[in-house]
Design a protein around this ligand. Structure first.
Ligand code: SAM
Length: 325
């Protein structure tokens, strides 16, 4: 669930400067409405919720929402993905409110690179955010790295060591051609095979672990027991096993990260629809879903970005920052 489409960074692979129209404020669901939509999702079987964005920590009074979600009996796993910059002010409150797990994005250990990629000089704040998450008890963290050739593929072993030294789990994500990835090019994707090869040459032998639940990450281990994940969304899309539904901050339901149109739930909710009626709508959409964006993209010859600036301006929901990564 994306709780806001706003972000404090401008990562070139997600939300490059000038590529976005923000969702109108009046169309953003209130915290009560978001909690109601999550209850609707639980009526059709949802047990896990990941809060994301945009940058979810920019949403005012987020701990209040976390507490409301933590109180929904059907929710067994409540997690959040964040860039961690505002975290020092919020980590303790989020923990007390009932947030279970945190995933933090860290694409580089180098402040200058971070600034180039995100257009913000905030690497020190990211590290402070990681420390605050540790102090608040969110350990182990998952540390997400989007691997983009020419920007950070030389840091994979260093990022893995950084995670290991702190007892966290590194997860390397192939660079996807989704939403605002306007400079995407197949040559910039560092495939899972190369990620493994690079890590093996610096960290020693790697073994694949047996697949677990429906997590998109393939898990691997070093000989010292360090476990890490790779999300090969580009070279090995997992559409067939995908069980994720996405709710946007304006209350639309999407059944694929690549989809342009979602099912509006906020309109009917504001018009007075009961949660049970909304659940029937969600059930219908879920059962009839036939999108497999990652696999469809494999068929595209001369593959480039999946959207251009005019598409993103006309259809804000195409953006990863709107749909929630
Ligand atoms: N602002 C938060 C953050 O930075 O983690 C949450 C939202 S962000 C859209 C969620 C995740 O999507 C991050 O791990 C980010 O790196 C990933 N992401 C965004 N664009 C991507 C792309 N083109 N390819 C792969 N992952 C991407």
């Amino acid at each position: 669930m994306s709780v806001t489409d706003r972000c404090n960074l401008r990562c070139s692979y997600c939300l490059p400067e000038g590529s976005q129209v923000w969702l109108p404020k009046a169309e953003i669901a209130t915290l009560e409405e978001l909690a109601s939509l999550v209850r609707v999702m639980t009526l059709v079987g949802t047990t896990k919720v990941r809060i994301t964005g945009g940058e979810p920590l920019l949403r005012r009074d987020l701990p209040t929402l976390v507490q409301a979600l933590a109180e929904i009996p059907a929710i067994q796993d409540l997690a959040m993905t964040t860039n961690a910059i505002p975290l020092p002010d919020l980590a303790g409150d989020l923990r007390s409110a009932g947030l279970g797990r945190l995933t933090i994005s860290i694409d580089t250990l180098q402040a200058a690179r971070y600034k180039t990629n995100t257009r913000r000089d905030s690497h020190g704040k990211l590290l402070a955010g990681i420390r605050s998450a540790e102090e608040a008890g969110f350990t182990p963290l998952k540390l997400n790295t989007v691997v983009v050739r020419g920007t950070n593929e030389d840091e994979l072993a260093a990022l893995l060591r950084f995670a290991r030294e702190r007892g966290h789990q590194a997860r390397f994500i192939e660079y996807m051609d989704v939403g605002g990835a306007l400079n995407w090019d197949p040559a910039l994707v560092v495939p899972r095979s190369e990620i493994l090869h690079r890590l093996e040459s610096e960290c020693g032998p790697i073994k694949a672990l047996a697949p677990g639940d429906n997590s998109p990450a393939n898990l691997f281990t070093l000989s010292d027991g360090t476990v890490f994940g790779i999300i090969a969304s580009v070279t090995a899309p997992f559409c067939g096993a995908c069980d994720r539904a996405r709710l946007t901050a304006d209350g639309k339901l999407f059944t694929c990260l690549y989809a342009a149109d979602g099912l509006d739930l906020l309109g009917p909710l504001r018009a007075g629809a009961a949660e049970e009626d909304l659940a029937t709508m969600v059930d219908g959409r879920w059962r009839s879903r036939d999108d497999h964006g990652g696999q469809d993209r494999l068929e595209v010859s001369e593959r480039g970005p999946s959207a251009q600036v005019p598409d993103l301006l006309a259809k804000p929901h195409l953006g990863m920052h709107t749909k929630g990564g």
